[in-house]
Design a protein around this ligand. Structure first.
Ligand SMILES: Cc1cc2nc3c(=O)[nH]c(=O)nc-3n(C[C@H](O)[C@H](O)[C@H](O)COP(=O)(O)OP(=O)(O)OC[C@H]3O[C@@H](n4cnc5c(N)ncnc54)[C@H](O)[C@@H]3O)c2cc1C
Length: 384
């Protein structure tokens, strides 16, 4: 085993041990109350897992993307849910890559220590959705501040975060040379901000997501990340990491469903034999396993390319697509294997089923990945 492989194996064991303290009952209670898993997030933070990608010079553990992916995968494979805190891993990358030395020194050590939470990522808006370049939230420079007006939707964890990475328009669309210009990224300190209203949105699963309104919200010009007008490219540059990490969560979900279904199919005896002895029950489990393994290989390939500093756009997108499909197929298979009990809260299957459905839509929907592959890999005409 290489040192890296051994280190990742140790991380997996440690994450599994931590997750063992947060069993199904913990998540079921939160799910019923639509409450945030504060204790779980605190435990991950204290163990240093959320600072995995922060370089050691800023107090993090400076681990590879593969290690971060292993952390999220294990969380999900243990029946827990990383969605409460996964954004910290990838939003922080924007600050790391494009922030100034002063911004990094100011924020990253606090994030690494767990004193500052960077969990909110404000990109999606109600009217623009996937069409990010049409977003309408504006940030206009006024002396040493920007004044922000507009609205975001699906800004997850905004109530449980100190900082928000915000994408807003700083130059009107009509006035930009390239259509991707004119958007800027800000690190908004929500603790000291006025003109910010956060309203929770109740969703089919427990996800702490919100809509956020900006009414003359003042953000210090010092909190602009990188150059004004280049924000879209900064956000794009973080998307490959985001897709790989979310894909790893899907692999974890798929493993959890497959493990649960296999165990149940061996235990449940009907007509004098375990249901798993019937090919009609075992084949869907075997198929889900094959689908998960294929997707897992693509996640590994994307992460290796990313770590080698090579272009991994196609692989990161395919990893997200295949892994989300694998987790959804495994979820469906698991409900079928459990029969009626798959619908009962106490078995956790229906909860995980609802949770994993999200990844067909967010953070990027399946159609948009297919469009990317069609246009950028297969050279087909752009469809939108
Ligand atoms: C629980 C949850 C949490 C989220 N968290 C965050 C967050 O923290 N921060 C954030 O910024 N966003 C977040 N999102 C938003 C998420 O990224 C978007 O929902 C997703 O990108 C899809 O955008 P939309 O919902 O506006 O759908 P739309 O863009 O309105 O699309 C609707 C449907 O049409 C399809 N479609 C659209 N255009 C095309 C096209 N050209 N070709 C083919 N099909 C097309 C899409 O695939 C989709 O199926 C979250 C969403 C959810 C549900």
């Amino acid at each position: 085993m290489s040192d890296e492989t051994e280190a990742i194996a140790d991380i997996r064991t440690a994450v599994r041990a931590l997750c063992g303290k947060f069993p199904g009952e913990y998540w079921r209670n939160l799910d019923r109350a639509r409450a945030y898993p504060a204790e779980f997030v605190l435990a991950l933070t204290e163990a240093g897992f959320l600072a995995a990608l922060i370089p050691e010079e800023f107090g993090g553990s400076g681990l590879s993307l593969s290690a971060a992916a292993a952390i999220l995968e294990e969380i999900h494979a243990s029946g827990c849910n990383g969605a409460a805190c996964h954004a910290q891993m990838y939003t922080m990358g924007t600050v790391l890559r494009h922030g100034s030395a002063a911004q990094k020194a100011r924020y990253l050590p606090g994030i690494a220590r767990g004193e500052l939470r960077l969990q909110a990522f404000g990109v999606t808006e109600p009217t623009s959705g996937t069409d990010t370049l049409s977003l309408r939230t504006t940030a206009l420079r006024a002396g040493d501040h920007y004044v922000v007006n507009g609205q975001k939707i699906w800004t997850s964890r905004a109530e449980h975060s100190d900082l928000m990475l915000l994408l807003a328009r700083t130059t009107p669309r009509e006035a930009v040379r390239r259509r991707t210009d004119g958007l800027s990224v800000f690190l908004v300190d929500m603790r000291e901000t006025q003109g910010l209203t956060i309203r929770p949105i109740r969703t089919m699963m427990n996800h702490a997501t919100t809509e956020v309104f900006f009414d003359d919200m003042r953000v210090p010009a010092d909190n602009l990340i990188g150059e004004e007008g280049r924000g879209f490219s900064y956000i794009l540059s973080g998307m490959n990491a985001e897709r790989i990490l979310i894909a790893a969560e899907c692999i974890g979900d798929a493993k959890w469903f497959i493990a649960r279904a296999s165990a149940y199919a061996k235990e449940r005896v009907l007509f004098g034999r375990p249901i798993g002895q019937n090919q009609g029950v075992q084949f869907p489990i075997a198929r889900a396993y094959a689908q998960m393994r294929a997707a897992e290989l693509m996640v590994g390939e994307a992460a290796s390319l990313y770590e080698a500093g090579r272009d991994c756009g196609a692989e990161a997108n395919m990893a997200k697509l295949l892994a989300a499909d694998a987790s959804w197929a495994a979820a469906d298979m698991c409900v079928q294997t459990y029969g009626g009990f798959g619908f009962a809260e106490d078995f956790d299957i229906e909860r995980k089923f609802r949770e994993t459905r999200l990844y067909q839509v967010a953070p990027i929907s399946t159609n948009l990945i297919l469009s990317y592959l069609a246009e950028h890999v297969l050279d087909l005409p752009r469809s939108y």
